[in-house]
Ligand binder design. Structure first.
Ligand code: NOJ
Length: 545
């Protein structure tokens, strides 16, 4: 890689998100692995992406898809060896693709050596300083310290047992599953350990880290109940910014390494605080991911993050789907969506029933339009693997196969995230559609999966895959520069313009309304669905103004 050429590569990168368990399986055990990804480097290169973001592949009991890390410096053997990891990074770099890993600092796994040590010590004793271990309320302390709820539903506290099995009256905090104890970031050991982990991966050649639950690491002192003065006592506390300043100074010890926040915040001004010049490089803008298919709503989802981020010179980071939310084809299909259970803050939005053919067609058209629109926006764009194929959410996963703790903790009340994590279809036929050459996959693939396969789409010039490649190539060719301040909606049509390095202006227009409208004047650069003399509903077009 010639890093010197583009130190600011992250500002407008197209990053491809790979869920390693579901991408490609080289050893036929049913789970994807690093060698599987490496074997598909040509596929990644042809997409035209600048970087990949790899979901966690560290040693883990996999209670939450690897977001429960038992050892932050080791690759889980299910994903391959340490050498497989290095080979993967080298192969990416040789192809001009950078690598972003996931780092999970809010919590570790209950199998992490620190938690095991704590568990084998009396509740509240010294080894517990690295966690949030608090005396409960009520007689004997058998009521949780406060009412905080886990993101995955139920109380965020679990009571510890004494050596003799009796309840201790001491509780530990887990904002997610009980197998994911929250780390105590007031503890110097925790801070020092993560400094070292970050250096470990940067030293191994990783180009960036995506920070899981970046808003949650610091808890309000005394664990207060939410109220008007502390609406979110465990989210977005000022103290997290000290941690990120410290991390930024570590990143700056290296050439062009980046830090990306997963920071789910309703307020773009709060999000921009994570992007101040001495903090993080990027932070996902989730408003674009949760917006319904509605031009006015998208104008808000685009304008406010741009306004706040532009004002401090930070880029805005766009995405349409990831491993935590139902596939965009299904979300935008118009089919009724399941309402998540009360108290679940996790994003859900899974269709309540199978899509009709018309809904599938509509969802696919909208997903292509949204992709083209996102690629025209200032900033970086993250494309979740399978998005380029237009994969819909898989609804028909039998209960026995469901893996997501959200499903289990709500006894099926919330569908969870398995339907967007199904192993990818590479070939039209075969027991696992080319995911491996064996018979099994960790989540079952539906019978219709081959229709969406890479093999089939490579033969079709109008496929989602062909379109995605063309759209990314068009973005590179057009060479957008600067931001945009003219995002507007009129009669269901959203439009904005961008300057380019070639001193010509490009207009992006998306018809989110119900009727066809005239095509904007000027030469068409690319359209999400071929257009003739009008812009039909659910189509996006780029034109020279
Ligand atoms: C966000 C991750 O994207 C999600 O998959 C995970 O369950 C939670 N953080 C907890 O780590």
């Amino acid at each position: 890689m010639n890093a010197a050429l583009n130190q600011q590569w992250w500002r407008d990168a197209v990053v491809y998100q790979i869920y390693p368990r579901s991408f490609a399986d080289s050893n036929d055990d049913g789970e994807g692995d690093l060698a599987g990804i490496t074997s598909r480097i040509d596929y990644l290169r042809k997409l035209g992406i600048d970087a990949v973001w790899l979901n966690p592949c560290y040693l883990s009991p996999m209670r939450d898809g690897g977001y429960d890390v038992a050892d932050y410096r080791r690759i889980d053997p299910r994903f391959g060896s340490e050498a497989d990891f290095d080979a993967f990074v080298n192969a990416c770099h040789s192809a001009g693709i950078r690598v972003i890993m996931d780092i999970v600092p809010n919590h570790c796994s209950s199998e992490h050596v620190w938690f095991r040590e704590a568990l084998s010590s009396p509740a509240g004793s010294e080894p517990w300083r690295r966690f949030h271990c608090v005396r409960g309320r009520g007689d004997g302390g058998h009521e949780p310290p406060n009412q905080w709820q886990s993101v995955f539903s139920g109380p965020a506290w679990t009571e510890l047992s004494n050596a003799d099995g009796t309840a201790s009256g001491w509780w530990y905090l887990h904002l997610f599953d009980p197998s994911q104890p929250d780390l105590n970031w007031d503890c110097d050991d925790v801070r020092a350990e993560f400094d070292d982990i970050i250096r470990h991966w940067f030293d191994r050649g990783v180009d960036g880290l995506r920070i899981d639950v970046a808003t949650g690491m610091v808890k309000a002192p005394g664990y207060p109940e939410p109220d008007d003065s502390w609406p979110h006592p465990h989210w977005d506390q000022d103290g997290v910014h000290d941690i990120f300043r410290r991390w930024r100074s570590i990143a700056d010890e290296y050439d062009d390494r980046v830090l990306v926040a997963e920071a789910i915040l309703g307020f773009p001004d709060r999000l921009a605080r994570y992007l101040r010049p001495d903090e993080l490089h990027m932070a996902f803008n989730f408003s674009s991911l949760t917006s319904p298919w509605d031009a006015t709503s998208f104008v808000d989802a685009i304008t406010w993050p741009l306004f706040h981020n532009d004002s401090i010179g930070a880029p805005t980071t766009w995405l349409l789907e990831n491993h935590d939310i139902a596939r965009v084809v299904s979300r935008f299909s118009g089919a009724p969506l399941r309402q998540p259970e009360e108290n679940i803050t996790i994003l859900d939005h899974v269709p309540a029933r199978a899509l009709t053919d018309a809904e599938l067609e509509r969802g696919t058209a909208r997903s292509r339009a949204a992709l083209l629109m996102s690629l025209a926006l200032p900033g970086s764009f993250y494309l979740y693997a399978g998005g380029e194929l237009g994969l819909p959410e898989v609804l028909e996963i039998a209960d026995d196969y469901r893996d997501d703790p959200v499903w289990h903790r709500t006894a099926g009340g919330t569908t969870g995230r398995d339907g967007c994590r199904v192993p990818l279809p590479w070939t039209e036929d075969g027991a696992t559609f080319g995911f491996n050459v064996g018979e099994k996959t960790w989540l079952p693939q539906p019978a219709w999966w081959g229709r969406w396969s890479v093999e089939r789409q490579e033969l079709d010039a109008h496929s989602c895959l062909a379109f995605t490649r063309a759209a990314i190539a068009a973005r590179h060719a057009v060479r957008f520069v600067g931001s945009t301040t003219d995002v507007t909606a009129h009669d269901g049509v959203l439009t904005f313009t961008r300057d380019t390095a070639d001193a010509v202006r490009v207009r992006c227009t998306v018809n989110m309304g119900e009727n066809a409208v005239p095509l904007p004047a000027g030469e068409v650069i690319i359209a999400s669905t071929p257009v003739a003399d009008a812009l039909p509903p659910d189509v996006c077009v780029w034109t020279y103004t």
